[in-house]
Design a protein around this ligand. Structure first.
Ligand code: CO8
Length: 257
């Protein structure tokens, strides 16, 4: 895959997307976001890929949206541009997306991280919504995703003050899954990605879909959805293999069928 602002690669069953504007702290311009979506979509279609890892090259995951690009935009231009349609696609990806974050995770970069399913952070990572300092507010899901994760009180504090949030605070409030030393960030992320990639892929995808419904649906609706997915998994070869392997006391070989 040939991209201008990202680098993609594959390591066994893991598709890797790396933000690649290190001199601008991986500030997200619109083309870059489109490329991220395109890379994700290609990995979604690739049956070999079971998990996607998203990371940033250099000293930051991402310092947010490219301010130079949007400084002179106006309301009508933005509304017609409809750039958030690309962001919506990220939220609809079926495969697990694990973010490996370090350095600055600011603004749109924080929103991109919040679009991942799991986040592993290096020690010293700083999270921040600085938009208010620019006279605006988060626009790619920040007010919604952060509030659903940490609750209204903390979300308002963090977004209103634009204070930098330490990795420890992010961990304490359930924003990230784990903090690791910077030198082993990718290694540890790949370990978790590999562990998940060894699980039955269809079950992994339907679990993601079902857990995400819990965020938006009532308990009753979410339970109906979960049940439907549970039944669907009984049509898969991996269910037969997983249960047969248990009975035969051996390790299952999952094929993603
Ligand atoms: N946009 C454009 N360029 C940036 C950005 C950015 N967000 N962040 C850093 N850069 C550039 C700088 O302009 C500078 O470029 P140059 O070398 O050409 O002058 C280079 O990166 C290095 O930056 P600094 O010299 O400022 O480095 P420091 O180490 O002194 O500071 C900081 C690092 C603290 C990260 C600082 O650069 C900073 O505050 N950046 C802006 C952070 C910010 O406000 N982010 C929020 C942007 S708004 C947003 O994300 C809204 C999301 C809405 C939806 C998403 C749509 C895509």
């Amino acid at each position: 895959m040939d991209f201008e602002f990202i680098i993609t690669s594959k390591q066994e069953a893991i598709g890797i997307v790396e933000l690649n504007r290190p001199k601008q702290y991986n500030a997200l311009n619109r083309k870059m976001v489109r490329e991220i979506v395109e890379a994700f979509e290609q990995f979604e279609r690739d049956e070999e890929v079971r998990v996607i890892v998203l990371q940033g090259r250099g000293n930051a995951f991402s310092a947010g949206a490219d301010i130079d690009e949007m400084a002179f935009d106006d309301t009508i231009k933005l509304e017609l541009l409809n750039q958030f349609a690309d962001w919506d696609k990220i939220a609809l990806m079926k495969k697990p997306i694990i973010g490996a974050v370090q350095g600055y995770v600011f603004g749109g970069g924080f929103e991109l991280a919040l679009s991942c399913d799991m986040l592993i952070a290096a020690e010293g990572t700083e999270f921040c919504f600085p938009e208010v300092n620019l006279g605006v507010m988060p626009g790619a899901g920040g007010t919604q995703r952060l509030t659903k994760l940490v609750g209204r009180t903390k979300a308002l504090e963090w977004i209103w003050t634009a204070n930098r949030i330490t990795a420890n605070a992010a961990l304490q409030h359930g924003v990230i899954n784990q903090i690791v030393q910077k030198e082993i960030l990718i290694e540890e992320t790949m370990k978790i990605a590999t562990q998940i990639s060894n699980q039955p892929p269809l079950a992994i995808r339907l679990i993601k879909e079902s857990v995400n419904k819990a965020v938006d649906y009532s308990l009753y609706e979410g339970m109906q959805f979960e049940r439907k997915n549970f039944y669907v998994l009984f049509s898969s070869e991996d269910q037969k293999e997983g249960m047969q392997a248990f009975v035969e006391k051996r390790k299952p070989q999952f094929k993603g069928r």
